[in-house]
Design a protein around this ligand. Structure first.
Ligand code: GLN
Ligand code: ZN
Length: 766
């Protein structure tokens, strides 16, 4: 029985890689230094896995930016616009690589970056490969071979990790019409064969092919591509030990396909889909090994050894020991590095910490599970200790709050329902708010300047007292309100200067949350996030935003929006409990937000925005599961929004979303106003609302907040005219695409002045 690891976090426990890359991009360090940081990290990670008792240690899981981009460079899927970068001999391969990831503005060139998108249902983003009809491929970067060799020099025989050929193609995008990217498999496969030949010469034993698409919905053609690709590889390398990995979902209808691939081992995510084990055992051919992903690669809780051993024993009933591997469910890329670094008992209570495991601790769990499975758990100290922790967690009064559980159990249908339908509410809101046609607003945040962030840093270090910090924030808020009044916006915002992050800010005030100090997880490139951790029943000990909203409202006669993050987004961007369904946690958060909404109304706030940018990214990977998710997600939002009178206007905001296939669910959220990102798509995203005859009000973003560019009045008027051609003007709002926290004040001022003028022009033209 072997222990198998699929991938290890490469950012470094002190975010060494982030820091080194950013220095290199800023021209403050040499390529040589950057390479050295990479080498150190790889060596450290290999060593640490070896010490933890991992038999199959991955290589090529390291990346300076993204593993999909690595693959693109390996097979030379380099879009033509970067060829100038290659031609300049002063540029290293890594410069080309970063140009593809981040764009290139140098030497008179101005080349855009490749597109980025989310890696399945994680918060990791990968660089989308670009494909053309009949595209040729060839072996370009030899990173896979180099890193295998590097480890071998250190005395560690690694298992190179490749994105499998089928998943690699499916992760990409056709850049022209008239072909299906999966048809490129015949052009692509020879590069994999060539690569494997080179590895073979270096005496590679195991090679891992990541094929997460094997557990998603597949077309017939895609299924054939799997059989073709792995058939060819087997033909060329009859003795190579190949392992195909799947994760984030169960194989379901693809069990037969997966088990009929001519590969030596198949990895299963038994955390996400334990039920697939039975079906796979029924089909697994003689000689095929199963890698059992029993330790959660996506969360931070300790493993329940009893549960994992039950799965392992189930496999052992059908297979001999040497055809079983023990593994984390997925790459550990999605876990923070090392719990040992969490040393502050006040931030992370020791009892709660004892229930947690980060990447490094998960390796040990894998190793111990192998021992328990081979030697028998008996009264093993490790097993007893683990079960004691699991039991204290299950029954801890830190986690369980009977009052919260009772409230969730008591949620009635009426709690997820406004008092009257939108048509009735709209009239009452009109009478109360007296807004003009094409009302103008912004999405919430104003620039988080270095100055504002500096105040927060000083306050956290104790260099500013609470009173001093609050006073500074009050001035910033006051300036923002006065300025919005002056330029004539219709619904104002307080600016969110007091918030570090739209989820962390609420997590810090809700019971049931803890925070790590070093629990960073790579989000994209050098960007890391530190998700807050929901460990227990969530409740709201006291109002969270009311004082700021009330203060801001006291400075203006115009309505100031109360600004909240919605339950689904709070859930989605946190590490969540694994001891109850996500929906249960979502409803707990929904009740807390509902109390806040009601308190805001009581404090005289007439317009309240509940942001839900993450509702779409929570969609399950299999389409059949969408509606059951959307049902509870929409319900959670409605619970949070439905405690107020008809006169109180509820807004929601979503960005980066395609709405076509979920427009009915968006309508079911029944927000009085929804603001969406629209400008980069030239209002095309609005079509879904138009085709649906979406009944409530909509603010399609009129300018892109991701760019410092100041939009002209004419282009905003023209975008809104386009909008009003498909949605009646009486339903439309005028606002930017998203919050303005990443922008500077000078461009923000100019852009919003133009936006207000654009709205005036639109009104005059009606
Ligand atoms: N209210 C938030 C802001 O303006 C919304 C951010 C978001 O949609 N991601 O910053
Ligand atoms: Zn947004």
């Amino acid at each position: 029985m072997l222990t198998n690891n699929l991938g290890y976090p490469r950012i470094g426990s002190q975010r060494e890689l982030k820091k080194a890359c950013e220095l290199y991009w800023a021209g403050k360090t040499t390529l040589k230094n950057l390479y050295q940081v990479g080498r150190n990290l790889r060596q450290e990670n290999w060593q640490l896995q070896k010490e933890a008792g991992i038999d199959l240690i991955p290589s090529n899981d390291f990346s300076f930016y993204d593993q999909v981009l690595d693959m693109s460079l390996t097979v030379s899927a380099i879009p033509e616009r970067y060829h100038e970068v290659i031609l300049n001999k002063n540029n290293a391969e890594l410069d080309l690589y970063f140009a593809m990831a981040r764009g290139f503005q140098k030497d008179g060139l101005d080349i855009t970056a490749m597109e980025m998108t989310k890696w399945f249902d994680t918060n990791y983003h990968y660089i989308v490969p670009e494909f053309h009809k009949d595209q040729p491929f060839k072996l370009f970067s030899t990173k896979v071979i180099d890193e295998f060799y590097e480890a071998r020099q250190l005395g560690i025989l690694t298992k190179p990790v490749l994105i499998g050929p089928v998943s690699y193609l499916l992760l990409g995008k056709e850049k022209e019409a008239g072909f299906d990217r999966i048809d490129l498999i015949r052009n692509l496969l020879p590069v994999y064969i060539e690569l494997l030949k080179r590895l073979d010469k270096l005496d590679v034993q195991w090679v891992q092919f990541d094929e997460p698409f094997l557990s998603l919905d597949l077309t017939e053609k895609e299924k054939k591509a799997f059989l073709y690709a792995y058939g060819e590889i087997r033909k060329e390398f009859p003795a190579l030990k190949t392992i195909v990995t799947t994760y984030f979902e169960g194989l379901r209808d693809n069990v037969v396909l997966a088990t009929s691939l001519p590969v030596c081992a198949l990895h299963l995510d038994l955390v996400r889909a334990p039920e697939q084990l039975e079906a796979v055992l029924n089909h697994v051919p003689d000689k095929m090994t199963l890698s059992l992903g029993v330790v959660d690669g996506r969360n931070i809780w300790i493993n329940d050894f009893a549960k994992s051993l039950a799965l392992i024993e189930k496999a052992l009933a059908s297979l001999p020991h040497n055809r079983i591997m023990i593994a984390p469910s997925s790459s550990l890329l999605h876990s923070p590095c090392d719990l040992v670094l969490e040393t502050n008992d006040k931030v992370l209570l020791p009892e709660i910490k004892s229930w947690m495991a980060f990447a490094r601790q998960k390796l040990h769990e894998v190793s111990i599970l192998k021992q328990l499975a081979t030697l028998g758990k008996g009264s093993s100290q490790a097993f007893v200790e683990n079960q004691r922790k699991v039991e204290t967690r299950r029954t801890s009064s830190l986690i369980h709050n009977p009052a919260v559980k009772a409230q969730v159990a008591a949620i009635a249908d009426a709690d997820a329902q406004r008092a009257h339908p939108f048509a009735v509410r709209k009239k009452k809101q009109q009478a109360a708010l007296k807004l003009p046609l094409y009302p103008t607003t912004t999405i919430g945040s104003f620039p988080q300047t270095a100055e504002v962030r500096n105040w927060r840093a000083q306050w956290k270090k104790g260099e500013l007292t609470q009173a001093e910090y609050d006073a500074l924030l009050r001035t910033a808020t006051q300036n923002a309100i006065h300025w919005q009044n002056e330029i004539g916006l219709d619904v104002l915002v307080h600016g969110e200067f007091e918030r570090n992050d739209m989820v962390e800010y609420f997590g810090e005030q809700l019971a049931g949350y803890v925070f790590s100090k070093n629990g960073w997880v790579q989000s994209y490139g050098s960007r890391c996030v530190k998700p807050p951790i929901i460990f227990g029943d969530v409740s709201r000990p006291q109002p969270m935003t009311v004082a700021w909203a009330q203060y801001a409202q006291s400075l203006s006669d115009k309505p100031v929006k109360g600004m909240l993050t919605g339950p689904v987004t709070i859930l989605q961007w946190s590490f969540v409990r694994d001891d109850q369904p996500r929906s249960e946690t979502a409803f707990q958060i929904a009740l807390a937000i509902r109390q806040e909404v009601v308190d805001l109304e009581k404090a005289g706030i007439q317009v309240i925005q509940i942001d839900e940018p993450a509702i779409r990214e929570g969609l399950p990977l299999r389409k059949v599961d969408w509606q059951s998710y959307l049902q509870w997600a929409v319900k959670a939002f409605r619970i949070s929004a439905s405690g107020v009178r008809d006169e109180t206007q509820i807004h929601t905001h979503m960005c980066y979303s395609e709405f076509n296939d979920i427009i009915q669910n968006i309508a079911d959220m029944d927000a009085d106003v929804i603001t969406i990102e629209c400008s980069r798509s030239q209002m095309e995203l609005l079509d879904a609302f138009a085709d649906f005859n979406y009944p409530n009000e909509i603010g399609p973003g009129v300018y892109d907040i991701h760019s410092p560019r100041v939009p002209s009045r004419e282009e905003m008027v023209s975008l809104m005219r386009k909008a009003s051609a498909v949605v009646p003007a009486a339903q439309l709002w005028v606002n930017p695409d998203c919050g303005l926290k990443t922008r500077h004040w000078d461009e923000t001022r100019k852009a919003l002045v133009e936006m207000v003028e654009a709205a005036r022009e639109l009104r005059a033209g009606v």
